[in-house]
Design a protein. Structure first.
Length: 322
């Protein structure tokens, strides 16, 4: 059954969705860049649980342990978590999945302890789920047969409540038409060719690059050539090792940034490219380096400008101006 769940912006770094797991309500980070649904649990040390809601399997009448099953996930930012696994009923908006693999955290890295979320809902392809000895399916894969269309959409407006729509696209959340591109899911991500970008109106090629739509990443992360080309056009910009990224005078004029998603450019307005004050009169850029590799990561800043549609038939990724 189709449904929509409200996504609330938290600290400007993520959007949290109130989710009911075995009758227990948690604020979870929906992450199209990973495929594990994991929650803070009663098995965590009390010091790791402080400030978080957490799941207690013994309090759920529908929990079924998967004995001997474990999970262990690492993320690109160096964070990670691990634990054991059971099945329970998960409700997100109007969509309910029974016997969803729920991964209970026994360890979480420090960034998660200080982060606002009580866990993650992975919405990438189940092929990268980390549960062993038997890989588990994502909430979306399990929900698909009950949805009108096998898709979900992310509506994440800047500094305002958004939504995740399951089973349908909501034309009240975007303008114009949705442009789709086919997705290569071989790495388990919503990934597509992204072979050129524009700084303002100047076109640059990015041959061999792809883009990944990742609602669990805050910023826009691109290869060093693109990041350098962009900040060369921002007077006073520099890389700050103490701030861990490019900063510029808050008074600087910023060019727009566009990048191809398949064959169509997405354009990020200058207003979204200033992520806010770093320190004093220096501001932090929303475009930062992805480091090595040829995969750009298009995170929440992208979704602040575009409604994103993740369609399992194809599969394909679509976007429309919000
Ligand atoms: C170093 C880990 C590499 C990147 C790889 N892991 C991944 O690709 C995982 C699934 N995905 C991620 O690390 C990234 C996508 C990387 S694209 C190469 N998305 C998920 C991340 N935003 C989740 C998160 C949310 C809030 C706070 C922190 C982290 C692996 O396990 O091999």
């Amino acid at each position: 059954q189709d449904g929509s769940a409200t996504a609330v912006p938290s600290d400007g770094v993520e959007y949290l969705v109130s989710t009911v797991v075995g009758g227990q309500t948690l604020d979870l980070d929906f992450d199209t860049g990973s495929a594990d649904l994991w929650v803070f649990s009663s098995q965590l040390a009390a010091s790791s649980r402080s400030g978080h809601a957490y799941y207690t399997s013994s309090k759920s009448s529908t929990y079924k342990a998967l004995s001997g099953y474990t999970w262990d996930i690492s993320y690109a930012d160096g964070s990670g978590a691990s634990g054991n696994v059971g099945l329970d009923t998960v409700q997100i908006g109007g969509t309910t999945v029974t016997n969803q693999a729920v991964e209970l955290a026994k360890t979480v890295s420090s960034t998660f302890v200080s982060d606002a979320s009580d866990g993650l809902v992975g919405l990438a392809f189940s092929s990268i789920n980390t549960v062993s000895p038997q890989q588990q399916s994502t909430f979306f894969d399990n929900a698909q047969s009950s949805l009108d269309s096998p898709l979900f959409a992310a509506y994440l407006p800047f500094n305002a409540d958004g939504a995740y729509d399951f089973g349908y696209t909501d034309s009240s959340k975007y303008t114009g038409s949705i442009t789709y591109t086919s997705v290569d899911s071989s790495n388990g991500f919503w990934e597509y060719p992204s072979t050129s970008y524009k700084v303002g109106s100047t076109v640059h090629s990015l041959s061999g690059y792809t883009g990944i739509s990742d609602t669990g990443t805050t910023l826009i992360l691109m290869g060093d050539s693109a990041v350098t080309a962009y900040y060369n056009q921002v007077s006073g910009a520099s890389y700050s090792s103490s701030q861990g990224g490019y900063i510029f005078p808050c008074s600087a004029t910023l060019p727009t940034l566009s990048f191809k998603i398949g064959s169509t450019y997405a354009t990020i307005p200058a207003s979204l490219l200033n992520f806010g004050t770093a320190s004093g009169s220096s501001c932090f850029g929303s475009l930062q380096s992805v480091g090595s590799g040829s995969q750009n990561i298009y995170g929440d800043v992208f979704f602040n400008a575009y409604y994103g549609v993740f369609d399992a038939s194809g599969p394909s990724f679509g976007f429309a101006t919000i």
